[in-house]
Design a protein around this ligand. Structure first.
Ligand SMILES: [Zn+2]
Length: 159
């Protein structure tokens, strides 16, 4: 009985995530998806590799992008896909670049079970699947969302 229950619980996230991931995967055939971990290692700075490819989290208040207030676009450092516009950036006080929304179709999400006591959703670049950060529900209007992004996973392109 316990075993069956455990199997059921393990199976739920897979069923919940898979249909969404396959339905909207516009970049499934992208060449960026074919890069191996060692390919990425040669392309990215070590800290960016840890975040983008291994879901590490940078130290808070460590990113120069916290203080980036010019108009422009924040793109994935891995593949250059534009993810956020500067208009959507806000000072969350958390020490990570924060946005209240993302460019439609630019990020994918998956449930994150690493921190059991904290509800959060992992998100990543929709094209290269590089990990960007987590979505929390304590953001400002109009969405109430906070995209908490690792600065080392982004590059800023001034308008
Ligand atoms: Zn990317």
């Amino acid at each position: 009985m316990l075993t069956a229950r455990r199997l059921f619980l393990l199976a739920v996230p897979a069923f919940a995530i898979a249909p969404r991931a396959f339905a909207a995967d516009a970049y499934a055939a992208s060449p960026w998806r074919k890069l191996t971990p060692s390919d990425w290692k040669t392309r990215l700075p070590p800290k960016s590799f840890s975040v983008l490819r291994e879901e590490d989290t940078e130290a808070p208040f460590s990113s120069p992008l916290n203080n980036e207030h010019r108009r422009g676009t924040f793109a994935c450092l891995g593949c250059g896909l534009p993810l956020f516009k500067s208009d959507w950036k806000f000072n969350s006080g958390t020490g990570w670049p924060s946005f209240y929304t993302a460019i439609p179709g630019a990020v994918g999400t998956k449930a994150d079970f690493k921190l059991v006591l904290e509800e959060r959703t992992e998100y990543h670049c929709a094209r290269c699947l590089g990990h960007q950060g987590h979505i929390f529900h304590d953001g400002p209007k109009p969405t109430g969302l906070r995209y908490c992004n690792n600065g080392v996973a982004l590059k800023f392109i001034p308008a």
